[in-house]
Design a protein around this ligand. Structure first.
Ligand code: AMP
Ligand code: ZN
Ligand code: ZN
Length: 412
């Protein structure tokens, strides 16, 4: 009798374990079945918040009409490409995720990170925080990236299921084909999160400036590519389940040969151990014993802000990470600052204080998660990560973003 009860108990336990197991599998499974939403995020580098006003942009207008257009999105300081793409992916300020500039030195490991150095860019140990594709993969949602900053590296032991080495010259038409082909895969191999990247209009902005006629052309061209992509999306059987975000990392500012500061006119080379960066933002490490002189002299230089790290305005959320070394220098809006030889001072650049509206960028979104015809107020790019997690029904990792900034644009 006792033996029989024991048996029944065991059977019950087995059934419970099995059903729990199946339930567990099921809940994981639903992540990659029809019910799990799709999210495609395209970043068009250096697309200033007001560029769409330069020419006819019927396709961006279409997204705004069918979905959401933000007044603007505020990048994080410094308003450069790598810090901001990785901020968008993690919801962390550059100080907190560690990609503090396109080029930096890591004192903890005595290593340099440069965007032109494939080995460094692909080395996960440089990247802090949890990018959205890692959040997704950990929760059973398949992800893909076509050139999003950080996606070539194994971070927290995870890469997107699909990723590619950065190829600056891959034609945009091929990028569109690639993303569409991923969405045409059969369900178990079809990514539900796709992050992809165009290097324009940043390149054009650097060359000819944000207000050039060439920029008007470029904006029209990029909008027409969006049209091609949206038409291809509309042909997919899963079209109605796709959420599509178009955004960017920062804006662009006109510069001129008449507004140039040469740091070497003020600072003797022997005072500095390291100076890294590019116009208009630099990080400096003082030579042993020269920190005070350097601080004093930097404070006297016109048309720049120079802060000892730990003393930047709180609103910049920058200068506490050891990778920011001893000083952070940023030129005043529309000024250029160089060290050594005079660099490119015509056309445009970015990297300035993120309170400068010319650094603001775009956010458009449409799909079943978004309200239709909604105008989103200005919001910080750290809140993109919690927004993307929300859309994909993912539990977000801790971040500097706030869902309150972005909730208003979603259908509840
Ligand atoms: P910048 O304007 O200096 O902040 O950087 C823009 C440049 O970053 C672009 O022109 C690209 O060449 C480069 N870039 C963007 N994403 C990547 C990537 N994932 N890997 C390597 N380089 C990249
Ligand atoms: Zn950029
Ligand atoms: Zn740029």
């Amino acid at each position: 009798m006792k033996h029989q009860r024991l048996q029944t108990g065991r059977t019950l336990l087995l059934v419970l374990i099995l059903s729990g197991f199946l339930f567990g599998c099921n809940s994981r499974e639903t992540k990659s079945t029809e019910k799990q939403p799709y999210l495609i995020v395209l970043s068009m580098d250096g697309f200033r918040w007001d560029y769409a006003g330069k020419t006819d942009t019927p396709n961006l207008d279409q997204i705004a009409r069918r979905g959401v257009k933000a007044e603007a999105m505020v990048p994080s300081f410094p308003t450069k490409t790598f810090p901001n793409h990785y901020t968008m992916a993690t919801g962390l300020y550059p100080d907190h995720h560690g990609i503090v500039l396109n080029t930096f030195y890591d004192p903890a490991t005595d290593r340099y990170y440069r965007i032109s150095d494939r080995k460094a860019v692909g080395d996960g140990s440089f990247y802090g925080g949890e990018p959205i594709w890692v959040t997704a993969e950990k929760q059973g949602v398949m992800s893909a990236s076509l050139f999003w900053v950080g996606s070539e590296a194994e971070i927290k032991g995870v890469r997107p299921s699909i990723w590619k080495l950065y190829d600056h010259h891959m034609p945009y038409g091929d990028r569109i084909d690639t993303v569409i082909s991923w969405l045409q895969r059969p369900e178990p191999q079809r990514p539900h999160l796709i992050m992809w990247y165009f290097d324009q209009p940043d390149g054009q902005g650097h060359r000819t400036g944000p207000d050039s006629p060439e920029m008007v052309q470029m904006i029209g061209y990029l909008d027409s590519l969006l049209g091609v992509f949206i038409n291809r999306l509309n042909e997919l059987p899963i079209a109605s389940q796709i959420n599509f975000i178009v955004t960017s990392d920062h804006g662009m500012e006109n510069i001129s040969g008449e507004r140039v500061v040469m740091l070497n006119d003020y600072l003797p080379g022997k005072w500095m151990d390291t100076i890294l960066g590019s116009n208009p933002v630099w990080i400096i490490k003082a030579k042993e014993g020269y920190k005070d002189q350097l601080a004093q002299k930097l404070a006297e230089i016109p048309h720049i802000s120079a802060w000892p790290t730990g003393h930047l305005p709180e609103r910049l959320h920058y200068g506490h990470n050891p990778r920011t070394l001893d000083f952070v220098v940023a030129a005043d809006s529309s000024w250029s600052v160089f060290y050594g030889k005079k660099g490119k001072y015509f056309g445009g650049t970015h990297g300035y204080d993120n309170a400068n509206k010319d650094m603001f960028t775009i956010f458009y979104g449409m799909g079943p998660a978004f309200k239709s015809g909604y105008r989103q107020p200005v919001f910080p790019n750290v809140s993109l990560y919690p927004l993307m997690c929300d859309i994909l029904h993912l539990k977000a990792a801790p971040s500097d973003g706030n869902t309150k900034d972005v909730n208003g644009m979603l259908v509840r």
